[in-house]
Design a protein around this ligand. Structure first.
Ligand SMILES: Nc1ncnc2c1ncn2[C@@H]1O[C@H](COP(=O)(O)OP(=O)(O)OP(=O)(O)O)[C@@H](O)[C@H]1O
Length: 277
């Protein structure tokens, strides 16, 4: 008998037929219904939709912080639980969530320390990550001595500590001013590119979703479902990307989808824009 064929796992996340209903005192809350979503390795996908449509719930299902009522969530070809045990993903939230009494470097080292990595290896890894996020000169500072954007960069470095192949981010730049936010978006694109990590990113901002993502997943109000997936046909992101007609075309497509109108194909939309110029 021949050995079963070994198929390479190409998906970082594979969500199939997922429904999530919360049981509350005032009855069931149908947060998500019929969710199918696949995120390829190294792909950047944003989730966008009205408040309460289940974006954070979906992220928490991927992270195995919640279990689906129905359906399956696979991460790197394993169950979400196994992926959590294997530390396949890093998580970053709106609040940087740093420990004030630890130095910046000690914050980045924390997940490594919790998993028994030795002192010198931890330190070397933390220094490497702080350089990656441009904070090598601040490793001895306390979080309170840093700006909001710098704290968020520390949180990203910490999320990357164990070289996850998947980053789960829940509005990590939501509390930052617009200029810092744009700079952080540029940094994140670079970091994702350099580490090769797939990213699932929750945001309320259409331009942010478009700037960052290969695909933008648009969700409807409760019970949350995926109504459109908008492909963003923009190559390497640069300072000029936000002024590119392709960027505007993708922003318009996502906005239309959020309004419940068909987003259409962004490349076609772009041809129309160029034709009209
Ligand atoms: N632990 C919970 N118990 C009961 N209901 C919950 C729980 N967590 C979320 N919900 C409900 O599920 C729905 C989706 O919530 P979720 O936080 O995922 O939405 P969201 O799209 O991330 O919202 P926002 O954009 O406002 O952050 C909401 O109606 C919320 O009240």
């Amino acid at each position: 008998m021949s050995a079963p064929a070994v198929t390479a796992v190409t998906s970082a996340v594979e969500i199939t037929g997922v429904t999530k209903t919360f049981t509350t005192r005032s009855g069931p809350v149908h947060a998500l219904t019929e969710i199918d979503l696949s995120v390829a390795k190294g792909e950047f996908v944003s989730l966008i939709g009205p408040s309460g449509c289940g974006k954070s719930t979906l992220l928490r299902l991927i992270a195995d912080l919640l279990q689906p009522t129905d359906g399956t969530v696979m991460v790197n070809g394993k169950t979400a639980r196994q992926a959590r045990l294997d530390q396949d993903y890093g998580f970053a939230f709106q609040q940087a969530g740093l420990l004030d009494w630890r130095t910046v470097r000690a914050n980045v080292e924390l997940p490594l320390q919790l998993h028994g990595v030795g002192r010198s290896a931890r330190r070397a890894r933390a220094e490497e990550l702080l350089a990656l996020v441009g904070l090598e000169d601040f490793s001895g500072h306390r979080p309170a001595q840093l700006s909001g954007g710098m704290q968020q960069r520390v949180a990203i470095a910490r999320a990357l500590a164990e070289s996850p192949t998947l980053l789960l981010m829940d509005e990590p730049f939501g509390a930052l001013d617009e200029m810092t936010r744009e700079r952080m978006q540029g940094e994140l694109v670079r970091i994702a590119g350099e580490t090769g990590a797939a990213v699932v990113f929750v945001t309320h901002s259409i331009p942010e979703a478009v700037f960052l993502s290969h695909r933008v997943v648009v969700m409807s109000p409760r019970p949350g479902r995926i109504t459109e997936v908008v492909e963003v046909p923009i190559g390497a992101r640069t300072e000029d990307t936000r002024e590119d007609p392709a960027f505007f075309a993708a922003v318009t497509a996502v906005r239309e989808a959020l309004r419940g109108r068909p987003a259409g194909d962004v490349a076609e939309r772009l041809r129309d824009v160029r034709g009209a110029l």
